[in-house]
Design a protein around this ligand. Sequence first.
Ligand SMILES: C[S@@+](CC[C@H](N)C(=O)[O-])C[C@H]1O[C@@H](n2cnc3c(N)ncnc32)[C@H](O)[C@@H]1O
Length: 222
Amino acid sequence: MSVNYLASSLRSPGDGEREAAIIALGERLGLRQGLAYDRDWSAAPDFLKPIVEYALAAKPTTIVECGSGLTTLMLARCCAMNERGEMFSLENGAEFAAKTRGEIERYGLRGHATVIDAPLTEYLIAGQAYRWYAMADLPVRSIDMLVIDGPPGFIQRHSRYPALPLLFDRLADDCVVFMDDAARPDEREIVALWQAEFLGIKHEYVAAERGCSIVWPRRKQP
Ligand SMILES: C[S@@+](CC[C@H](N)C(=O)[O-])C[C@H]1O[C@@H](n2cnc3c(N)ncnc32)[C@H](O)[C@@H]1O
């Protein structure tokens, strides 16, 4: 497998391991023409692996993602392998949206992924203002899998919090939510806010490189 994109972006001590894990995932998905991996901004392999394995096993019909990139490519490929499913990626950065679309085209996955230009817009949630993705171009469908990897944390406090309150009514009963960077204090607080708002939701924390929160918003704790 070519790692032309990978090699230039992996430099520090744990990078060899990370590169091997990304290549192994690429092999699993038949993505053998290089992967645009950015060590600072792409999801880590130990977040990519569980979302890929979940998508291959559960065969979701509709996947929605916040923050496009390698996750988009891999999940679109899962849909292709499953011969079902489609993903919609909300992206506020026009240049990142174009780059992800380029990757989707390069791998012939156009029918499986739509990268939506979704500029950050102001929403008022419980009296608090947040900037989050414009949803006008997001088709109204029941969402089976939600992947949260944006907006970036520097935008505001609790940047990723709006995903659940704004999309909750569209989530399928068995929808599973995966949030990256869950080890950060901000993301831990976001989960606590969701738990306070959506009483009894099921949450599992996976101690991945940057932490992964898995949430079943509509499944109550036993
Ligand atoms: C954590 S990144 C999303 C990564 C994506 N899910 C992936 O696995 O490749 C969150 C957002 O940061 C922005 N972003 C991506 N690369 C960036 C870069 N090199 N510099 C600044 N912002 C970036 C994009 O808007 C992206 O949606």
